[in-house]
Design a binder for this molecule. Structure first.
Ligand SMILES: Cc1cc2nc3c(=O)[nH]c(=O)nc-3n(C[C@H](O)[C@H](O)[C@H](O)COP(=O)(O)OP(=O)(O)OC[C@H]3O[C@@H](n4cnc5c(N)ncnc54)[C@H](O)[C@@H]3O)c2cc1C
Length: 432
């Protein structure tokens, strides 16, 4: 009897519920990850769905996952193909009885899950777990996703009062694998190169604020470094709006996005730090931001595909415009604001931008240029190392006035530049 773990956006071995559950079941455990060609196609807005920065980070994450799983004697089979194409063969060859995976609910992911399910035999049982949250969906004080409030503060306060963060899942232990080495070798393939995914390797820009590697090992090192070694966590709230370098914010987002680390890992490490070293507003604020991350996931659960519609979750009817020339100027950093231009150049050269930068360039695009906000969101999706479907589309809606911002703000770019880059140091990094 074989248990199969299907890795999607949960590329870690520690604190991984599907993996932990598979390892509790009887029999051998095997694992699979698919580089799905649909993820490397063009979006409806004509950007590559996954650009080279994120693809490179993903390749590193998978290499690390494969290594970690092999120390547990779990083979990770890799395919550059659609899951629904490769699963029937795996199920038949390994006599798979159970499939374990993280629950995904956005429509593209659900259609893939359904396609795989339709191709798997009735003897296969499915086990799916929400494993990407800080607050588990079963633990929040709303018994129905439709009851989740539109406004963040209301959601946060209630969850902080009534919801506890779950303990980490049990650490996996090495299994005895009865599958022959020959059989494993027959199914073993190499990680596809960037070129095989249709992408050119990105050039390293020494100015990058995100010079990090993909994978659980690097993600956990970053937690260790940011919380314990530099203790930057103790000044996080004061530095989080800065713009230059690796240390002004945690940079956890990229590992969180593909699940190389979990929000629970960060939470419990912060709690330990608060007990052993220091507890202040700054240490609290990183948890506050992780609740924002959860909030956008819950909003996405509540509103489904409205996350991607022009009118957004509020069903607003604005007069969105579309101009190729304006899009080019924005992307190339040739607008009237140097602050926007510097941020857009940083993004194009590194796949990274600070939260302050993201808010400004998105507000400029949607509120000042009044361009279809979904084009901006789709460009971010293509470029960002830390792209996360819920955080990206949810934040874009929020900034564009079709989401859940009760204040519906338009950023005054000149004022923002004055406040956050008073001496032009950031603009100089990218425009000089
Ligand atoms: C238009 C726009 C698009 C965005 N797209 C993404 C995206 O695709 N993926 C993504 O992870 N974040 C996105 N964000 C949120 C935020 O900008 C990033 O999470 C943050 O800049 C990542 O840097 P960090 O890890 O150093 O964050 P820190 O400031 O160190 O925060 C710690 C963690 O809290 C979470 N977090 C912080 N701010 C937010 C927020 N506003 N919304 C949701 N979670 C948050 C992240 O998981 C982050 O890693 C977007 C924001 C905007 C305005």
């Amino acid at each position: 009897m074989t248990q199969l773990v299907w890795f999607r956006n949960n590329l870690r071995v520690e604190d991984n519920k599907p993996l932990a559950e598979a390892m509790k079941a009887e029999g051998d455990v095997i694992a699979v990850y698919c580089f799905d060609p649909r993820h490397y196609a063009e979006t409806e807005f004509e950007f590559p769905k996954t650009g080279a920065f994120r693809a490179q980070f993903l390749i590193e994450s998978i290499a690390n996952l494969q290594e970690k799983l092999s120390t547990l004697t779990i083979p990770l089979f890799l395919f550059h193909d659609k899951p629904e194409v490769v699963f029937p063969n795996l199920i038949a060859n390994f006599e798979v009885k159970n499939i374990f995976s993280q629950t995904e609910w956005t429509s593209e992911e659900v259609s893939v899950t359904n396609a795989v399910k339709s191709k798997s035999t009735e003897q296969v049982a499915w086990h799916q777990y929400y494993d990407q949250f800080l607050f588990h969906p079963e633990d929040i004080p709303y018994n129905d996703f439709s009851k989740i409030p539109k406004v963040f503060t209301e959601f946060r306060k209630k969850c902080e009062k009534y919801t506890s963060v779950r303990e980490l899942a049990e650490s996996p232990k090495k299994q005895n694998c009865s599958i022959s080495a020959e059989k494993i070798a027959k199914f073993t393939t190499k990680i596809p190169s960037l070129q095989a995914l249709g992408l050119e390797p990105p050039k390293l820009d020494h100015r990058t604020a995100f010079p990090f590697q993909g994978g659980e090992t690097a993600g956990r090192e970053r937690i260790q470094n940011y919380i314990w070694e530099t203790q930057n966590i103790a000044t996080y709230k004061q530095t989080r709006n800065e713009l230059i370098g690796t240390e002004y914010s945690s940079k956890f987002s990229a590992w969180l996005a593909n699940g190389s680390i979990s929000p629970r890992m960060i939470y419990w490490e912060v709690k330990k730090f608060e007990k052993q070293v220091k507890k202040n507003q700054d240490t609290h604020w990183i948890v506050f931001e992780l609740i924002w991350r959860d909030f956008f996931k819950f909003i996405s659960l509540k509103y489904g595909d409205k996350l991607f519609t022009m009118g957004g979750v509020l069903e607003k009817k604005y007069n969105w415009k579309i101009s190729e020339a304006i899009k080019e100027q924005w992307i190339e950093g040739k607008t009237k604001y140097n602050f926007v231009n510097a941020n857009m150049k940083e993004l194009a050269k590194t796949g990274w931008m600070s939260n302050r930068g993201r808010q400004n360039v998105a507000s400029f695009w949607a509120k000042e240029l009044q361009q279809d906000w979904r084009i901006g969101a789709s460009y971010f999706e293509s470029l960002f190392i830390d792209y996360d479907v819920h955080s990206n589309w949810g934040n874009w809606q929020y900034v564009s006035g079709v989401g859940n911002d009760p204040r519906d703000r338009k950023f005054n770019i000149e004022k923002q530049a004055e406040n956050y880059d008073p001496n032009g140091a950031y603009v100089n990094v990218w425009l000089k």
